[in-house]
Write a protein that binds this ligand. Structure first.
Ligand code: NAD
Length: 357
């Protein structure tokens, strides 16, 4: 079958990547979407069960750091677009093991940039119709005070955690490849995502699961840190739009216009989860346990996404209350998914299946 375009999505078995893959596979039957993922602990092909047999979907198990293999894949499939999400993504893990973050996020991105550049430069039409789209985070900008200031696209980078330092570094390499070699590249920096299929080391799925099981809800410090939250499908919609309409060489901030203090988010989660489980209001409040604050915990992140709104007409489609309700309902309805993730069953199944790839 001949496809109009072949697009690699790296990290497509992860949380955000699986939503991006699903959206592109469904909305663009003329494209072949090649999900390239190493299947680390965070990669779970069960996130894509509903589209895995679609004729325009393909999975390739590969490490983005494997330069030869990534070059082969870009060549073999005549890839004209790369949407790069593969990364180590959990701040707490980066504090314990910064090296892995530098390897995957920095060296992996650099290696992938080099593969794309080499192959595209040598292709008959050069960079024409090609795009390297790098997905990054608002955490690269550092921390904001508790006032009305927002991160804009021109806020200077000031990362504090090993995770954000590694993402900032990868952003710089992407920009450098654009400025030095003319590689058509776009970077987007997005705030915290929430929604279905998120690995339950992250606050929202972890807490929903703990509330369900009556386990403690560990809140860092007083829970006063502020984050902006965006429903993951709204992020996937922004990525789709920017991939097609964004200007190469540009950066866009993506956010939910939805700041929450951690403690308020936890209260909302308890209210919705208790209600959906038919428990009395506030029944799970005693599960809140304040624990020692995260090292270097940034006070506040908040995104100004007005450039994206102004230039490409994107705004979040879902109100936070509705997004949270949908999310809690999804995790409660998909207990088996949660069970297989927390027990590790998903890893063994797919790792064995793709062991020789
Ligand atoms: N989750 C958020 O709130 C958020 C917000 C802004 C930006 N981001 C960025 O979006 C991207 C995706 O985040 P996520 O939350 O979906 O992450 P995730 O941890 O859920 O998924 C990461 C995926 O990358 C894969 N991967 C890891 N190392 C790899 C390697 N060496 N080669 C190939 N694949 C590899 C994993 O198997 C996994 O499927 C990341 O780049 C992250 O920095 C995330």
């Amino acid at each position: 079958m001949n496809f109009e375009r072949n697009i690699i999505v790296t990290g497509g078995a992860g949380f955000i990547g699986s939503h991006v893959v699903r959206r592109l596979v469904r909305n663009y039957p003329a494209y072949r979407i090649i999900n390239v993922d190493l299947l680390t602990y965070a990669g779970n092909l069960e996130n894509l069960k509903d589209i895995e047999n679609e004729p325009n979907y393909l999975f390739e198990r590969a490490d983005i750091c494997d330069h030869e293999k990534m070059s082969r894949l870009i060549s073999r499939y005549n890839v004209s677009g790369i949407i790069h999400l593969a990364a180590e993504s959990h701040v707490d893990r980066s504090i314990r093991d910064p090296f892995t973050f530098a390897c995957t996020n920095v060296m992996g991105t650099l290696s992938l940039l080099q593969s794309a550049r080499n192959i595209w430069e040598q292709s008959p039409d050069g960079y024409h119709g090609k795009l390297f789209y790098h997905i990054s985070t608002d955490e690269v900008y550092g921390a904001l005070p508790f006032d009305s200031s927002l991160f804009t696209e021109s806020t200077p980078y000031s990362p504090h955690s090993p995770y954000s330092a590694s993402k900032a570094s990868s952003d710089h390499f992407v920009r450098a490849f654009h400025d030095t070699y003319g590689l058509p590249a776009i970077i987007t920096n997005c705030s915290n995502n929430y929604g279905p299929y998120q690995f339950p080391e992250k606050l929202i799925p972890l807490f929903i699961n703990n509330i369900r099981q009556g386990k403690p809800l560990p809140v860092y410090g007083e829970g006063l840190n502020v984050r902006d939250w965006l429903y993951v499908e709204d992020h996937a919609r922004a990525i789709d739009l920017i991939f097609h309409k964004g200007t190469p060489g540009d950066t866009y901030n993506i956010g939910g216009f939805n700041e929450k203090r951690n403690i308020d988010l936890v209260h909302s989660l308890i209210a919705v989860t208790d209600r959906l489980l038919g428990r009395p209001q506030g029944a799970s409040l005693p599960l809140i346990t304040h624990v020692t604050d995260r090292k270097g915990h940034d006070l506040r992140y908040a995104i100004d996404a007005s450039k994206l709104q102004r230039e490409l007409g994107w705004t979040p489609s879902l109100q936070f209350e509705e997004g949270l309700e949908r999310t809690v309902r999804w995790y409660l309805d998909n207990e088996e998914w949660m069970e297989r993730v927390t027990s590790g069953a998903y890893e063994n199944y797919y790792r064995e299946m793709y062991a020789d790839r």
